[in-house]
Design a protein around this ligand. Structure first.
Ligand code: DOR
Ligand code: ZN
Length: 452
């Protein structure tokens, strides 16, 4: 059978540090050719031709930090609903976290997730296995060509998968040949902060207290320990959702290749600060907490100089009912996958970032850091995961009604933007086009090159 070919031309191709007018020809699942200027007319023969009208064409976003809640918490979200939100937002691959029900802490739970994703996911998928105090044998026996790495929670968050012993962390690093991704918040310190705040102000705490309890020291202490341990054990460590200026001292600028320690931040730490709690309340309550304007500004600088290597969403849907309550009782986490690229491009529009850096942090570096097979770049022979964005559209205001996530809301409700995702291609197939989802499209399992 003839393989389907699609020619996308008259687009600004943003890839590997350049942004030039050009074209991409896909054939079957893969990119066949890409070039500058106009394509040779012979390429149009037998191909579906898409005139991009000067829009941007980027590699599909790889969101390496999501909580799709499937299995067990599917009243909030599931892989079908959230993968739709993903492709509508230009995300063609995701890596999901283990704090589901049951938690993904053994090979069986991992296999179940892979099977479920193959049945329902519109985007390509990968999964972490979670560390516990006693699952070393499972971690050792896992095939890390099919699993993104080991996720370890140093501080408690949704799901109660806490490992606050450095001895356990060391043993895993010594014996498990896989990248370790950590949620670095110091459990003892955050408990002490919580007690101190409650004894002084009582339990009816406004949301502004969230970053007082989960403060800078809570993050710094845990990140420092994780980094020291990784250095001592000479083990690959990826610090998740870095939220403070302090932690940036632990990181090196430049490209991720060759680094022992790499780091992620999320759009919410780049766009918001604690000044927004009074307006947005629990909608922007997440762990780690969003900190001060000075932290936000320092994180922006670190994205530019490479101390921050990746931008992922920490997409963590919860129902708005679950978001009611105080700084102690409202659940933590927000959905973001559908609007993360739009939010980052809006910050480009405001002059805060260069679009090429956004592509590096959201597409290229995730593929490099997790060793993802043939994705994250626009290169011949790579999978045709592409996103076309109109970055000069009529301004429109995002509202909760736009949210495709099951939880039905977005922390960006009320934000006016002038860019939108128009077209998302996953493995050479249209998954989303001008507001229409092609629900029968299925992504593939990501393949990884394990890194010790
Ligand atoms: O805010 C958060 N929400 N932080 C986490 O670490 C977990 C996540 C969730 O699963 O809800
Ligand atoms: Zn998370």
């Amino acid at each position: 059978m003839e393989q389907k070919r699609t020619l996308i031309h008259n687009v600004i191709v943003v890839n590997e540090g350049t942004a030039n007018l050009g074209y991409v020809l896909t054939q079957g699942e893969f990119i066949a050719t890409t070039g500058a200027g106009d394509p040779d007319p012979s390429m149009m023969e037998g191909a579906e031709v898409i005139d991009g009208g000067g829009r941007l064409l980027l590699p599909g976003v790889i969101d390496t930090h999501v909580h799709f809640r499937d299995p067990g918490l599917t009243h909030k979200a599931d892989m079908a609903t959230e993968s739709r939100a993903a492709v509508a937002g230009g995300v063609t691959s995701f890596i999901d976290m283990p704090n589901t029900k049951p938690p993904t802490v053994n090979r069986r739970a991992l296999a179940d997730k892979l099977k479920r994703a193959s049945e329902v996911s519109l985007a390509n998928y990968g999964f972490f296995i979670g560390a516990t105090a006693d699952n070393l044998e499972e971690l050792k026996a896992t095939d890390y060509t099919k699993c993104a790495g080991v996720k370890l929670f140093m501080g408690s968050s949704t799901g109660g998968m806490l490992v606050d012993s450095l001895t356990v962390m060391e043993r895993i690093m010594a014996e498990v040949p896989a990248l370790m991704a950590v949620h670095a918040e110091d459990e003892a310190l955050l408990r002490a902060n919580r007690e101190a705040v409650v004894s002084r102000y009582g339990e009816e705490l406004e949301m502004e207290f969230h970053p007082v309890i989960r403060n800078h020291q809570v993050c710094m202490k845990a990140s420092q320990r994780a980094v020291e341990t990784a250095r001592k054990m000479n083990h690959r460590l990826h610090l998740l959702h870095v939220s403070t200026a302090d932690e940036l001292q632990l990181l090196e600028p430049g490209a991720p290749e060759g680094k022992l320690i790499t780091a992620e931040t999320c759009p919410q730490y780049l766009a918001f600060s604690d000044e927004q709690y009074s307006m947005l309340g629990a909608r922007i309550k997440c762990n780690p907490a969003i900190k001060r304007p000075a932290d936000r500004d320092a994180l922006r600088e670190a994205v530019k100089d490479g101390r921050i290597d990746t931008i992922a969403t920490d997409h963590a849907p919860h129902l708005l009912e679950e978001k009611r309550g105080t700084a102690l009782t409202a659940v933590s986490g927000m959905p973001l996958i559908q609007f993360s690229l739009t939010l980052m491009l809006q910050m480009v529009e405001e002059g805060l970032f260069d679009i090429r850096d956004v592509v590096t942090k959201m597409c290229h570096n995730p593929a490099i850091i997790y060793g993802i097979d043939r994705r994250g770049f626009i290169r011949p022979g790579y999978y045709a995961d592409l996103v076309m964005v109109d970055n000069d559209c009529e301004p429109y205001t995002i509202t909760d009604a736009w949210a495709l996530s099951r939880c039905g809301w977005t922390p960006l409700s009320g934000l006016t933007v002038n860019n939108k995702v128009d077209f998302t291609m996953v493995n050479g197939e249209s998954a989303y086009r001008f507001g229409v989802l092609f629900s029968s499209v299925r992504g593939k399992a990501l393949r990884f090159t394990p890194k010790e």
